[in-house]
Design a protein around this ligand. Structure first.
Ligand SMILES: Cc1cc2nc3c(=O)[nH]c(=O)nc-3n(C[C@H](O)[C@H](O)[C@H](O)COP(=O)(O)OP(=O)(O)OC[C@H]3O[C@@H](n4cnc5c(N)ncnc54)[C@H](O)[C@@H]3O)c2cc1C
Length: 387
């Protein structure tokens, strides 16, 4: 089914992304990222120079100024995921969907001036640290504290599972600045690489996304100046997180649809070229029916996601709608990739093949950004209320 949300500007941008991939994301590079467990800085700088990151950074700070229009980000995602480079797509996503928005939408003028130009070029890479060893879904259960001191805060605690946490220069960190767990007891502070007592910890070994770092962070008496309090006002952290979560969940939905479509394309091409019992694997009725199921699911997925992207553009994507998108899209992604692996036979299990890597990468889509159970909880509360 033809999609209708893109115009010639998006298609022209798609060509830029394809060109970038040809030049900077070769198979040798992908293998290097997987071996190193991170995307190298040179690639991130090249992405900045070509305008592939920093899309929502206002033009006055060197970005593309796409504040609410997610379509260009979707083009980046589709092309990179479609090329079998999930880790690269993930690293770009953290920069553009999880780190940059807090400064663009909620930062003070000084914070924008200090960090946004470097974030658009790739010289400054960001991460978002909410989850802790003892608290993930239940974010109000975090224990990292930021106690007021002269001119700033003293931060103590730990975060875990932080995407791009090892490579990040700045980390938007969710901390407790008040007592109890009322929403106004939390704030967001920017911790900078090199601050005394801030340790990026070790890279965690993951099931998938091997070329994209995930780290444990620890903070021991880290002094963070007042200027690094996002928005310049204490007690807004929880609300600020809630404000960006729809975008984070939309972005996972887009990544899931892109991987689902890639699963279909890879499976179609593979079964057309593979022979068994004297015919193409694509000619078995089972394969044809599975491909028909996949193609239809991909059409429905994009129709839904495209609608969500347009709602986001008009500032109408609610937390509940974004939660639906996140759990529904990632559940469909899992089904599509599972069928795809099966249609590839043994090769579907070999990580040299993109379908195998995408299958492993996709598993976390149902866990991070809020688990799919939490997403269903958000949606169901709207339906039946909560006692
Ligand atoms: C690879 C990776 C990258 C990540 N990147 C980041 C990042 O960049 N920044 C960041 O802050 N975090 C990140 N996370 C953390 C991620 O968001 C959390 O793992 C996730 O929110 C779940 O939290 P948890 O692991 O503490 O699980 P728990 O909250 O302990 O949940 C365990 C199980 O209980 C279920 N559960 C919990 N509460 C309920 C409920 N109310 N109703 C029904 N079921 C429930 C969950 O759905 C899950 O199945 C990442 C995680 C991974 C694995």
């Amino acid at each position: 089914m033809e999609r209708e949300i893109y115009d010639e500007d998006h298609e022209a941008f798609r060509k830029v992304v394809k060109e970038f991939l040809k030049r900077y994301a070769t198979e040798a590079k992908r293998t290097q990222w997987d071996a190193d467990g991170e995307i190298d800085r040179e690639t991130m700088l090249a992405a900045g120079a070509q305008g592939l990151i920093g899309l929502s950074v206002p033009e006055e700070f060197g970005g593309a100024g796409m504040l609410q229009d997610y379509r260009f980000r979707a083009v980046v995602n589709e092309e990179i995921v479609g090329a079998g480079l999930g880790s690269l797509a993930g690293a770009f996503g953290i920069q553009d969907d999880l780190a940059v928005p807090y400064i663009v939408h909620m930062g003070t003028q000084e914070q924008k001036q200090k960090w946004l130009p470097g974030m658009a070029t790739g010289e400054i890479l960001g991460a978002l640290a909410m989850t802790e060893p003892g608290a993930g879904s239940d974010l109000r259960g975090i224990r990292t504290t930021a106690k007021k001191a002269d001119g700033g805060y003293i931060v103590n605690g730990a975060k875990t599972f932080i995407s791009s946490g090892k490579t990040a220069d700045i980390v938007v960190t969710f901390v407790k600045t008040g007592e109890g767990n009322r929403p106004d007891a939390f704030s967001l502070l920017i911790l900078e690489d090199g601050m005394a007592g801030f340790d990026h910890g070790k890279k965690l070994q993951k099931m998938g996304f091997h070329g994209w770092d995930t780290a444990e962070l620890s903070f021991v008496d880290v002094f963070v100046p007042d200027e690094n309090l996002i928005g310049g006002k204490e007690g807004l952290g929880f609300i600020q997180l809630m404000m960006n979560l729809p975008l984070e969940r939309l972005s996972i939905g887009v990544a899931a649809a892109a991987a689902g479509e890639a699963a279909f394309v890879w499976s179609r091409d593979y079964t057309l070229s593979r022979e068994a019992f004297g015919q193409r694997v694509a000619d078995f009725q089972n394969t044809r029916f599975r491909l028909a199921d996949m193609a239809t699911t991909v059409d429905v997925l994009w129709t839904y996601i495209d609608r969500a992207m347009m709602l986001y553009k008009d500032k109408k994507l609610t937390a509940e709608e974004a939660a639906k998108v996140k759990f529904w899209a990632t559940d469909r992604e899992a089904e599509l990739l599972d069928i795809g692996v099966q249609l590839h036979g043994g090769y579907g299990y070999i990580t040299e093949y993109p379908i195998a890597r995408a299958y492993l990468d996709a598993r976390v889509h149902r866990i991070y950004g809020g688990t799919n159970e939490i997403m269903r909880d958000i949606v169901s509360r709207q339906i039946v209320g909560k006692r």
